[in-house]
Design a protein around this ligand. Sequence first.
Ligand SMILES: [Ca+2]
Ligand SMILES: [Ca+2]
Length: 89
Amino acid sequence: MKVNIIYFLLDIDIDKVFLGASDLDEEGVWKWLNGEPVKSTLFRPNEPNDSNGREHCLIESRAGYNDVRCSLDHTYICEVPTKNAYSPN
Ligand SMILES: [Ca+2]
Ligand SMILES: [Ca+2]
C-alpha cells in the first residue's frame, strides 16, 4: 500500500521525495524512521553509493530509491498513523 501511494504521487509529477529513511545510525544499514529495514531491492541500480561519503538520506525517484545528502531541498512524504486506516478490501 505504501509503495502504491508513492507511485500515485509520482504519477502526478512529484519526483525526488524524501521518504524518511537513512543510514545515519550505521553507514550502509538503511532503516525507516520506525526502525524497520529498507528493502535493498528498491534502490535503483548502483545505489546507494554514498557519494563522497556524504549521502545518508533516502529519496524516491522514478528510477527507484537513491541515497542523497540530507541537506538537499526536496519535497518529503510523511506517514501519519490514523484511527481508521483505509483498507481497499
Ligand atoms: Ca551513507
Ligand atoms: Ca546516491
